[in-house]
Design a protein around this ligand. Structure first.
Ligand SMILES: [Fe+2]
Ligand SMILES: [Fe+2]
Length: 168
């Protein structure tokens, strides 16, 4: 693909993906304000932006999506970078500015991402001994458990009910 178009498609993908989440937040706000019709409108357009995000991503597949070995390796590297460099810096800044909620969020994200890195690392090294039939994702911090949700999240302390399962 030609360079400018590829770059523009990638920009469109990022913009549409962000719009999806932003519009869902707008919908939630409309619900909070009891404006059901606008809640519905924002959710409908969010769904449309999700379609755009998927379509632009499909057109830049070659830029973003490689073979599974490469995708695993890149995902592992990204998790390592965010947990070892990006989030620690964010935590420091949030603490320096006294932004406690943000500091707690960054801390949870840093710890959860380092667990994600371990899951990728084990997948890359092929050391998953028994087949994993399900993963369980903490809806507070993003910690991912194999097979069974823990009684208490090791990263944020959330109870088992806060886990959402992803099944085979
Ligand atoms: Fe992650
Ligand atoms: Fe958690």
């Amino acid at each position: 693909m030609k360079e400018k178009t590829q770059k523009n498609l990638y920009t469109a993908f990022v913009g549409e993906a962000k719009a999806y989440f932003r519009l869902l937040a707008y919908a939630a706000k409309a619900r909070e304000e009891d404006i059901a019709q606008i809640d519905l409108l924002f959710r409908a357009i969010a769904e449309a932006e999700r379609v755009h995000a998927t379509r632009s991503l499909n057109l830049v597949q070659e830029l973003v999506v490689q073979d599974t070995d490469t995708n695993l390796e890149k995902s592992f590297q990204r998790e390592k970078t965010v947990s070892e460099n990006v989030y620690p810096d964010f935590i420091q800044d949030a603490e320096a500015e006294g932004e406690t909620a943000a500091a707690i969020f960054f801390g949870h994200a840093r710890d959860a991402e380092s667990f994600h890195a371990k899951l990728y690392e084990r997948a890359i090294m092929n050391v998953i001994k028994e087949k994993v039939e399900s993963y369980h994702v903490c809806q507070v911090c993003g910690y991912v458990a194999e097979r069974k949700a823990p009684a208490k999240c090791p990263v944020c302390g959330a109870p088992q009910e806060q886990f959402k399962s992803v099944e085979a």
